[in-house]
Write a protein that binds this ligand. Structure first.
Ligand code: TPP
Ligand code: MG
Length: 212
């Protein structure tokens, strides 16, 4: 199974970005990095475009999106322009792209975004907002104690927090299942979940680059 969507979720959005748009953007960043034009860390995504596009159909334009260092595709799908995203990346913010206007926040700290998304979901509930908070986390981050507490809190207090597990099987280069002696990542069935094979190295481009 590549993508699991929980029951009773409705598609609410038209997406006018396709797989090649995302791949072309990432390839441009890949080339710029190799040319020494981005002297900062970058994390590229490839192999999950179709699942991501599918999931973003469920995300309202005014919902809050929270994700990790691997966030370029998410940013484009949530409406951040290519130009603005590229400028953030060229200025060293690839790992923590953000836009208040688009209600988009990411973090380079593993699990760091979890309590923030939970707090925003609590705020949305208190304000009786119709919007939801969306939390995207990797397979390793989904095994952190922090995540289990946030999950329990959000469900027990019925908060508008949607969670997406992005399972590429790895924590950087380490097999996540081996770390925890798991046969498979077991996840509650009220979460979105997708599995993919990351087609870029976990960080950078896999090449030694001389920065100018
Ligand atoms: C608090 C903290 N510890 C360690 C790291 C180093 N680190 C960066 S990515 C990563 C692995 C995370 O794996 P996963 O959640 O599966 O995300 P993926 O990169 O595979 O998308 C780690 C441990 C970090 N960013 N933050
Ligand atoms: Mg992973």
């Amino acid at each position: 199974m590549n993508l699991f969507v929980p029951k009773n979720k409705k598609k609410v959005r038209k997406i006018n970005i396709n797989k090649s748009n995302i791949q072309n953007f990432e390839k441009e960043i890949y080339d710029l990095f190799n040319q020494g034009k981005i002297p900062y860390p970058i994390h590229l995504t490839k192999g999950n475009e179709e699942s991501l596009i599918n999931i973003f159909h469920y995300i309202d334009k005014k919902d809050w999106v929270f994700c990790s260092w691997r966030n370029h595709a998410h940013a484009l799908l949530h409406g951040i322009s290519k130009e603005s995203l590229k400028s953030q990346i060229l200025n060293g913010k690839s790992m923590y792209v953000s836009s208040k206007k688009h209600r988009f926040l990411s973090s380079s700290i593993a699990g760091g975004i979890i309590p923030i998304s939970l707090g925003v979901a609590l705020g949305l509930k208190r304000k009786k907002s119709k919007q939801r908070a969306w939390l995207f986390i990797g397979d390793m981050t989904s095994q952190m104690g922090l995540f289990h507490e946030a999950y329990k809190y959000s469900r027990n207090f019925n908060l508008p927090l949607e969670i997406v597990i992005e399972d590429n099987g790895k924590s950087v280069k380490t097999d996540t299942k081996k770390v925890w002696n798991l046969k498979k990542i077991d996840f509650p069935k009220d979460l979105f979940y997708y599995k993919y094979k990351l087609a870029y190295p976990p960080f950078g481009t896999g090449k030694w680059v001389t920065f100018k």
